[in-house]
Design a protein. Structure first.
Lengths: 590, 498
């Protein structure tokens, strides 16, 4: 119930000029409010048919813009003061007469006694000019910010407080986030990962299954949150070469800078197929084949030091084996390879042997590059991380958070790994093989749903994201898109996000894009974006009753990339390793 | 000296022409004049003006460089603008505004005087600035001839003076009191209005006096002075005027000026009291000072026909005839002679030449009485208007010089002090070239449109109700009122009858 204690209401201004049912202007008491403050005006509305008695209502509004004008201070005088570096207080100019006007957006109305439980109705008749506006009590603001969530508290996620009134907690609708998708958009350093971690922690408290695609190791700290740690699983990703077709793998080799010539490209399909069929389900047979390979390649470490797996190394080994067999006219070897799946090897000519040599070199180089990426990935995934499960459904656990580390991989690799996992999970939900709902969180979402998909990997990733954005709701697969470059995000995917958390953003292209795509964001709010503080955000869309400016609460977890002061880190390293200062050659005695 | 020296170039005819071409406001004024002067003067008007100004500039320069014994025009430079030299000064600016209501035509209905008081250097806004405004509904007054166009002026002058007096009395450390417009108007033009009644004066004093006692004292002191010194030489019915407590407007205004000066004289240092005039049409300075010296010099050198030869005429033999024929004003000539930041020597402005016998109708009397206004001339120290000094100040190249006026009685230094401050304040508005504090008071005193429009509606409503009730039976009056209330410019109902 709202407090009826008028003593606590603070007068802020008077409605002036033309008011509409969407907006009014307020002649303000000096410094009574700030932009984005929530204010209220009491009003009386008579039913149009005259049958019932007049209703006492409270009109809620948000201060969108404050205009401050000193009509007695000429612009020309300002230029003179600037040119002569004169303090206006030293002159006879008038500085005291200011007109302060606020443009207020009407949020809705409720019965004055608060009987609607925080639900705001559309106002269909403008508030009366000359009405007084006031700052409502914090409890009343909290009630309307919460809106219908008041009665659905199990859905509420406590993620923020009002930016201008820290005592008012802002809870958002978790159901809207996990079913209707959420976009968190902000420039680097504005606090989007912190926001995401806060939401994840809140969702985890409600045991909602979450899969995080983490390109930078921002979420590894989640495992350190008390009560959450044992539910967080970290995975490092190994690029699943043989889940791709030959053409894609050839493109991967090309994209890493080891371009296959058209002749090589032609033969690569056969080498790839041979590699794909080389390992079987029969372990004894596999040992035989691997032994042959080590012997033929004269590399005894194959199968011992370096296990043979379904990866790029295997393609390189096969290409080398083919080259050797043809070079040495090894009919038995040729027969073995043909039997194991390399059809047509018998017909290879001397030119083909040189082609195989080219493929071999490029495959080895690619394998080495991939290994570097995998090693980096594994390192960032941190101790305790396990390889991605072959059965992707294992990623989705009741109360579990699965972090798929993508760090170390280039964009195309990340996009490919993402689309494979996402498609698997989505298909499993469609086929009802995955019984639990899931929320996918995409950090750096512009890499997984780019506006302009140039490579096949990006095209597949954007298709996967779009599919979930458009149809995920039916199968309880939700999305959280996080991006620092919204203008590079796929418009369809972003438009399907019905909730938004928008933080500091300076890039004009990003601001314009957001303004275009996100209908619930007003022009004045869009204008505020460059001026938001770190951790401040505008919440809009279905997660909240009406758009509000909030300060996100700190999550319990720390991000991996939350940096130490560089100079402090240097000194710590020096002390730890006992490194001495370098001698200055200019002061050295001869 | 080299001709390429800018200070030398501006002395030449070509230099003057080039300068005029850079100053569109002067060029336009000269073009306007060229169309209004006689046809024989029209040809070469621009060129001859440039030649005349060039000769004047040379003469001014000759005196400044010691080549000429007598000055033709004293020119001074204002000091460099330095706000630190005027810190902690309290300054009050006064301006009056009139609200006109659109009935069939614009009818003045409301007057309000605004005051803006500021202490320079004060950082606390509440201590730094005070605004005051005092409205008067003209219809409430019994005195004054409302049918005369200058009725509004005598009300405004009275109100502004009371505003100034109030500011002076309220502010013990007031350093400068600055009025928008002449410090004293050409008072003879306002002679002959019906005296204000005590009720009128109470209306004024209700708004302007600091307290009821002060208001009462002010009124009684005027009536006492009027009884002893002011009214007896003006009218044989002086006792009757006193008995009826009549406040003859000019006598009342002149007494308020005296009061202002007396109050100022009691302070140390004496507050500067000044009026600043923009777009002035006066030519007294040119006639009595500048051109009088020019003609004297010409006669001394036997060149009486200098201007006749220049313009090809025979009648340009005196300052007055020259100004009459060529349409020059003080502001125009000073704009061409003074450089930004310079001001002219001061002179006593003859403001009261026309004060002589006139006819006055007393309130509620059908007949007119003869009243002698001559005793209000400055010669009479007890009752007369004060003497006023004035000079011209050029603020910027793109604006006309402004005229600054001070009371002679408060000392010669007043004009210099007033000019320095007027210049300093105007430099904050170089495009307007007028003290910014007066601009602020002007904006503050302005009667807003919504107020006059509301009055208009109210008046039209009452007239409409009177018509409906049949309270106005005269047919012609009814027709006029219907037009006044309802007629718009293109209302077909009121199209001319064939």
């Amino acid at each position: 119930m709202p407090s009826a204690n008028n003593q606590n209401r603070k007068f802020v201004g008077t409605i002036v000029g033309e008011s509409t049912s969407r907006e009014f202007r307020l002649a303000l008491d000096h410094e009574a409010v700030r932009e984005q403050d929530i204010i209220a005006v009491d009003a009386t509305l008579r039913p149009t048919d005259g049958t019932a008695s007049p209703k006492q209502i409270r009109v809620w509004a948000k201060v969108q813009r404050i205009e401050r004008l000193n009509p007695l201070f000429p612009v020309e005088a300002g230029h003179e003061l600037a040119a002569t570096q004169t303090d206006p207080f030293d002159t006879v100019l008038s500085l005291s007469r200011e007109m302060v006007t606020a443009v207020c957006q009407i949020l809705g109305a409720e019965p004055l006694d608060g009987g609607a439980g925080g639900k705001l109705d559309h106002l269909r008749y403008p508030p009366q000019p000359a009405s007084s506006a006031y700052r409502p009590e914090s409890s009343d603001i909290a009630r309307v910010v919460l809106g219908e969530l008041e009665h659905k508290k199990d859905r509420a996620l406590d993620i923020a407080h009002l930016s201008n009134r820290r005592e008012v907690d802002v809870k958002v609708d978790g159901h809207a986030i996990v079913t209707r998708h959420l976009a968190i958009l902000a420039m680097t350093g504005a606090g989007k990962s912190v926001t995401a971690r806060r939401i994840i922690e809140e969702l985890a408290n409600k045991n909602y299954p979450i899969v995080i695609f983490d390109p930078h190791g921002d979420y590894t700290g989640l495992s350190e949150v008390p009560g959450l740690g044992n539910r967080v699983r970290r995975y490092y990703a190994k690029f699943p070469i043989f889940e791709e077709d030959a053409e894609t793998v050839a493109e991967i080799i090309n994209s890493l800078g080891y371009e296959l010539t058209p002749t090589m490209r032609h033969r690569f399909d056969e080498v790839f197929r041979a590699a794909k069929m080389f390992l079987t389900d029969d372990k004894t047979e596999n040992q035989t084949r691997i032994g042959w390979l080590a012997q033929r390649l004269n590399k005894p470490e194959i199968g011992t030091v370096f296990p043979v797996e379904r990866d790029m190394w295997l393609i390189a080994y096969l290409a080398e084996a083919g080259e050797i067999v043809k070079d040495q006219a090894d009919a038995a070897g040729e027969q073995s390879l043909t039997t194991w799946g390399w059809s047509g090897l018998a017909n290879y000519t001397g030119t083909d042997k040189r082609t195989l040599e080219g493929i071999k070199k490029r495959a080895y180089a690619t394998a080495a590059a991939l290994r570097r990426m995998e090693d980096t990935n594994k390192k960032i995934a941190a101790i305790g991380a396990t390889p991605l499960p072959t059965d992707r459904k294992e990623l989705v656990q009741y109360g579990g958070i699965s972090i798929v580390s993508l760090a170390g991989y280039t964009g195309d690799f990340q996009a490919t790994i993402y689309s494979i996992i996402t498609n698997d999970l989505y298909d499993a939900r469609v086929r009802d093989e995955l019984k639990l709902p899931v929320l996918l969180l995409l950090e750096e979402a512009h890499n997984f749903a780019p506006a302009k998909a140039d490579t096949p990997a990006e095209q597949r990733a954007v298709a996967a994201t779009r599919q979930i954005a458009q149809e995920g709701r039916k199968f309880s697969v939700g999305l959280i898109l996080i991006s620092q470059r919204p203008s590079r995000l796929d418009e369809t995917a972003l438009a399907m996000c019905n909730s938004h958390i928008i933080m500091r953003m300076v890039n004009p292209a990003d601001q314009n894009f957001i303004r275009k795509v996100i209908e619930s964001l007003g022009e004045d709010e869009a204008r505020m974006l460059p001026d938001l503080d770190v951790g401040e955000a505008i919440l809009s869309g279905q997660l909240i009753n009406f758009p509000v400016l909030v300060k996100i609460k700190q999550p319990t977890s720390q991000g991996e990339r939350e940096e130490k002061d560089a100079f402090v880190a240097l000194e710590e390293a020096r002390k730890l390793y006992g490194v001495g200062r370098a001698n200055n050659p200019n002061t050295r005695r001869s | 000296m080299s001709q390429s020296n800018p200070s030398q170039i501006r002395l030449t005819e070509e230099g003057v022409q080039a300068e005029l071409q850079r100053q569109p406001h002067l060029l336009m004024k000269l073009a306007e004049n060229a169309f209004t002067v006689a046809e024989s003067l029209r040809n070469n008007y621009f060129k001859n003006t440039a030649q005349f100004i060039s000769a004047l500039r040379k003469a001014i320069n000759s005196y400044a460089t010691g080549k000429r014994p007598d000055p033709i025009l004293g020119v001074y430079d204002t000091p460099k603008v330095d706000w630190s030299s005027v810190q902690d000064e309290v300054v009050t600016f006064i301006d009056g505004g009139v609200g006109k209501v659109q009935l069939s035509s614009q009818v003045p209905i409301l007057l309000r005087v605004g005051s803006y008081c500021v202490r320079t250097g004060e950082r606390r806004l509440s201590e730094r600035e005070q605004f005051g405004y005092y409205p008067v509904i003209l219809g409430d007054l019994e005195g004054g001839n409302k049918e005369r166009k200058d009725f509004i002026d005598i009300v405004r002058i009275s109100a502004e003076l009371l505003g100034g007096l109030s500011a002076l009395e309220r502010t013990p450390d007031l350093r400068l009191l600055m009025f928008h417009g002449p410090l004293v108007y050409m008072m003879s033009a306002y002679a002959g209005h019906t005296p204000f009644t005590e009720k009128d004066i109470d209306l004024f004093l209700k708004q302007y006096a600091p307290g009821t006692n002060t208001a009462h004292r002010l009124k009684e002191e005027f009536l006492e002075d009027a009884k002893l010194y002011i009214y007896p030489p003006m009218t044989p019915r002086s006792d009757e005027w006193i008995q009826k407590k009549l406040f003859e407007p000019l006598a009342w205004i002149s007494w308020l000026y005296r009061r202002l000066i007396e109050t100022a004289k009691q302070r140390t240092p004496k507050p500067i009291i000044a009026g600043v005039v923009e777009r002035g049409e006066l030519r007294a300075f040119s006639e009595t000072i500048l051109l009088a010296r020019v003609f004297q010099g010409l006669r001394k050198n036997n060149q009486e026909n200098y201007f006749n030869q220049m313009y090809g005429r025979t009648d340009l033999k005196s300052p007055k005839s020259l100004l009459d024929r060529l349409n020059y004003t003080d502001a125009l000539l000073m704009a061409m002679l003074l450089q930004p930041g310079q001001y002219s020597e001061s002179w006593e402005i003859a403001k009261y030449d026309g004060l002589r016998e006139g006819r006055v109708t007393l309130p509620n009397e059908p007949d007119v009485s003869v009243v002698n206004f001559a005793p209000l001339k400055p010669e009479n120290n007890k009752t007369g208007f004060p003497r006023v000094n004035g000079c011209y100040l050029s603020v910027s190249e793109t604006t006309e010089p402004i005229r600054v006026e001070t009371f002679a009685e408060l000392g010669d230094d007043q004009i210099h002090e007033a000019v320095n401050r007027a210049h300093m304040y105007s430099r904050l508005l170089p495009g307007y070239g007028f003290p910014v504090g007066l601009d602020i008071a002007d904006k503050f005193a302005k009667v807003p449109a919504w107020m006059t429009q509301s009055y208009g509606k109210l008046i039209r409503h009452h007239l409409g109700v009177s018509l409906q009730r049949g309270e106005i039976s005269d047919a012609e009056m009814r027709r006029i009122l219907v037009q006044a209330i309802y007629m718009t410019h293109r209302d077909w109902l009121f199209r001319p009858q064939s």
